[in-house]
Every structure is written in C-alpha cells, then in structure tokens.
Ligand binder design. Structure first.
Ligand code: NAD
Length: 497
C-alpha cells in the first residue's frame, strides 16, 4: 500500500499515515466525537488510503474550550519564546521534507518533485518568516507636539479560525497559522477535507516542537459542517479563509453580521498579457509554468492568455508544441510534468468545463481529454493539458474559474484592448505582463484590476509583500505586516502630557 511508503522518520517523529486520521484538540490526538469518518482517496490511483474525521460542532466546541484555556498564557508569552517554538517547527518541517512531500503527493496527486521543491519548503519558510517577523513587529506612535502622545498597542485577538483549500495543502495551511500564532492568538484550524494528511502530520510536528497544548487545534472535516461550526462559533473572533469565491461569500454572510474580522483569499481567472516586444524565450517557458503548474490548480495560474495580434499565430504554434510535450504521468515518477487532478469530483468539473467550451464554440488546439494511464495509476484522475481558442471575453469559459489544466487564447490589437480584455471578468487576483517597454509595463500594471501583478515573471514571491485580490477574488491582504496586523487588534492609547 502506498501509505506504507511514508515510514517513521529517523528524527523521532512518527510521520507514518494512519488509516484513521485524528484531530488535535488541547494537545491530544483524538478521533471525532461522533465517531464518523470520511474516505480519503489517492487521486493518482483512485484508492481510499485513509479516513478523515467528519468533525462537527461538538469537536469545534472542544477545540474552542482548549484554546480558551491556552490563550491567557500564550498571549503573553514573550516574542522570543514564540520565535523559538515557531522556528523549531520550521526546522522540523525541513528535517522531515521527504516524508511530508511523499504524503502531500499521495494525498493531492501533484508530482513528487513539486512537493519536494515547492510545497514543503514553502511551509517551513512560512513558519521561519513569521517566527522572525514577530521579533521585529512594532506599532506606531503619534506625537501631538507638547499636548499628548498617542501610542498603538497591537494585541492578539484571542481565538481565530484558519480554513484552507486543497491545492497547496501544507503551504497554505501554514501561511495562515504561522502569523496567527506568532501574533499570540490561539487557533482552530481546518485543512481541506480533500487533502488533510500533511495537516495531520503537522500536528505531530507541533507537539514535537513543544507548542503548548491548546494553542493550535486542528480539526478535520467538511466545510459545511466543521468549517461552518468554526465560522459561526461566537468565541472565534476572526476568520482567515482561502478557498472558492462561493464558500467565501457563505462565510462572509455568517461572519459579517456578528462583526468578525475577515480575510478572504478567493478564486482567480488571471490574465497573462503578452506584448509583441516580450523576451520570447523567457515568456514562453514561464507561460507553460503559469498555465499548467500543479495541473493548473494554483489560484495564481494565468488561465486567460492574451497575445498581441502580430505574434498571435507564432505564439499559438510554439505554445501548443510545448504543451504537447508535457508528460502526464504517475506523480511519483521524476519525469512526470503533470500529475493527477485532486479528486474525481474535480476531474468531472474540469471535464464539464472543457465540454462547455466546446459548446460555446471554442476550438480545442490541444488536449481536451482524460488521460488513461496503465498500471498503478489506471484508475487515477488525469487530464491532458488543454489549450482553447476562439472564445470571447463574455463567454462562461473566460468568466468562470476552471482551476484545472485548461487555458484560453485571445488576441488583442493594442494596449487599450489588452486592458479591456484583462479586466473583463469579475475576478481580480493576479496578472502577468510580458513586455520590454518599462513605461508600458508600469502603465498597464497601474490599470490592471488585480491585487498582484508580475512583470516579466510569474509566482516570484517575497513573503513581505501584500498578497490578495480585488473584486470577487477576496477581501484583505495576507503576507508580511499585513498578516500580523490582521491577527492583532489595534488599540490607541492617548496620554495627555
Ligand atoms: P473550497 O471553498 O471548496 O474549500 C476551501 C476550504 O473551505 C476547505 O477547507 C473547505 O472545507 C472549507 N469550506 C467550504 N465551505 C465552507 C463553509 N461554508 N464554511 C466554512 N468552511 C468552508 O475551495 P477548494 O475547492 O478547497 O479550493 C479551490 C479554491 O480555492 C479555488 O477557487 C481557488 O482559486 C481558491 N484558492 C485561492 C487562493 C488565494 O490565495 N486567493 C489560494 C488557493 C486557492
């Protein structure tokens, strides 16, 4: 059985995957109070390889009680001590990279080399970044000359909820938890029920690192059950959510009327704007990545490729030729460029979107079909990387997030038309611009309706920068001081002199 590939580590932490995953509540690893579990499937093989707690409001209540007990002490723990524990967690993630990467790939279907190079290193980077960040975090003071001095206290909020998606499981789970803990909060965290395994293994890492009981509680389960129980619990004062726009809207409808702090990182339908004067080789290589990395299941993937008319045909030919070379295969093989999509449900959704593109009159330039592998992966969920042309900005295919290995091509005549096409949908997460003209790059960047703009690059991330989207892509920003500010309450103290 594949799960057996992940053995006990030599570092003394048991990182084997048990058949029944457990919640971490008050420092204890325990099953769901209802005794109910959900199947967890390896998307590369279609096999159930473990079971996930189907937690409900009773488990959340227990987690909240544990967090309440832990908060008074954790909230006043010196920053140096929080640094030490969070930094230890980062080191333990690094030391156990092989086991965590294997678990991520088994659970998610992404190539093992990608888990090793991107997902797990970024999880430790998140913890290291916010561990050191809290040592430098400072608040403002405003002097009113000889009348008064104002200073701002940045105090932990209390108990906060962190809910994350399946596409970058441990990467995004830690991106939320690390700043929340660093700022002195106690956390109720729920990973996606589609990819819970590394979050479960992470609970063992936190215990080994000496994180006090109850400071972080990890509760597994479905969004509409465990997730909503976190969002609606009165003691949970802030929610940091990454996921779909639909779930974000539902969460906002529960949390907003009771004035919880909300950070919502939602879907994207990002434009990749390619001008004729681009650095051709670099653009082509990066556009393959920005289109299909992680089977196109990254919220930042450029799924709408907009190409200047004069190079459209040249681009189309070269791009399709490169896409056809991407090997779809067993995620455990080093040569596979594309692994499985995350689940049968998601496979069906992406295939329906390809069908809809056909019905809308789109021309499939390459891909468009499921891939039937042989042997171990014969029952896995694999899709050919797909390129579609001939669809305008107002068709569903160019308006709705597909979140799979599917991109569309559109051509534009000039800068104004490029902007019109780029801004033509309701999402506003990220955008990429390819041009050698620095003035145009700055002009277009200023007018694009997106929270994150890359010029002549993609997914180049500095963790200090504000991260998040506008329009239907979310509310608020993560990263750097933005995250530490989100996870603290500002209190102004005015002292008359
Ligand atoms: P999803 O919205 O279905 O689920 C995300 C998480 O929310 C899961 O843990 C789920 O259990 C939980 N959830 C679902 N409904 C809930 C509810 N009503 N209350 C509380 N929790 C609930 O999203 P997904 O399918 O797991 O992830 C894919 C989506 O995430 C895509 O839309 C993608 O663009 C988006 N995403 C955005 C970013 C970003 O930074 N903006 C990053 C990654 C993924």
């Amino acid at each position: 059985m594949i799960a057996e590939a992940v053995k006990h580590t030599t570092k003394g932490i048991d990182l084997s995957i048990p058949f029944y995953l457990e919640n971490m509540v008050g420092g204890n690893l325990i099953g769901p109070l209802s005794g109910q579990f959900i199947d967890n499937v390896n998307p590369a093989t279609g096999e159930v390889f473990c079971k996930i707690p189907d937690s409900d409001e009773k488990d959340i209540e227990a987690a909240v009680n544990a967090a309440k007990k832990a908060f008074p002490h954790w909230s006043v723990t010196p920053a140096e001590e929080r640094f030490r524990i969070l930094n230890t967690i980062a080191s333990l993630i690094d030391e156990n990279l092989e086991e965590l990467a294997m678990a991520e790939t088994i659970d998610n279907g992404k190539p093992l080399w990608l888990s090793k190079r991107v997902d797990i290193p970024r999880a430790s980077a998140n913890f290291r970044f916010f561990a050191t960040g809290i040592m430098h975090f400072a608040a403002e003071s405003h002097s009113m000359e000889d009348k008064a001095i104002n200073y701002t206290l940045r105090q932990p909020i209390g108990i906060v909820g962190c809910i994350s998606p399946w596409n970058l499981p441990l990467y995004l789970f830690t991106w939320k938890i690390a700043p929340a803990l660093a700022a002195g909060n106690c956390v109720i965290a729920k990973p996606s029920e589609v990819t819970p395994v590394t979050a479960f293994l992470f609970s063992r890492i936190c215990k080994a690192a000496g994180l006090p009981d109850g400071v972080l509680n990890i509760v597994h389960g479905r969004g509409d059950r465990a997730g909503e129980a976190i969002v609606s619990h009165p003691a949970v004062k802030a929610i940091s959510f990454t996921g779909s726009t639909g779930a974000g809207a539902r969460i906002a409808s529960i949390a907003a009327p009771v004035f919880k702090k909300l950070s919502l990182e939602l879907g994207g339908k990002n434009p990749n704007v390619i001008f004729a004067d681009c650095d051709w080789e670099k653009m082509l290589k990066t556009t393959i990545q920005s289109s299909f990395a992680n089977q196109g299941q990254i919220c930042l993937c450029g799924s709408r490729i907009l190409v200047e008319e004069s190079i459209y045909e040249k681009f189309k030919t070269a791009f399709v030729e490169q896409v056809q070379k991407l090997k779809v295969g067993d995620p455990l093989e080093e040569t596979s460029r594309q692994g499985a999509v995350v689940s049968k449900q998601h496979f069906d959704k992406v295939m329906r979107c390809i069908e809809r593109a056909r019905e809308e009159g789109g021309k499939i330039l390459c891909g468009g079909n499921a891939v039937q592998l042989q042997g171990r992966c014969a029952n896995g969920y694999f899709i050919e990387p797909t390129v579609i042309e001939g669809l305008g900005p107002s068709c569903e295919t160019n308006l709705e997030e597909i979140f799979g290995p599917v991109v569309t091509l559109q051509s534009f005549r000039n800068e104004a038309e490029a902007l019109e096409l780029a801004n033509a949908c309701n999402y506003g997460l990220s955008a990429t611009i390819w041009t050698q003209d620095i003035s145009r790059a700055n002009r277009v960047a200023a007018k694009l309706e997106a929270g994150i703009i890359w010029v002549n690059c993609w997914l180049l991330r500095d963790l200090r920068t504000p991260f998040g989207g506008m329009k239907n892509s979310g509310v608020g920003r993560e990263g750097g001081w933005e995250a530490l500010r989100f996870f603290t309450e500002a209190k102004n103290v005015c002292v008359q002199l």
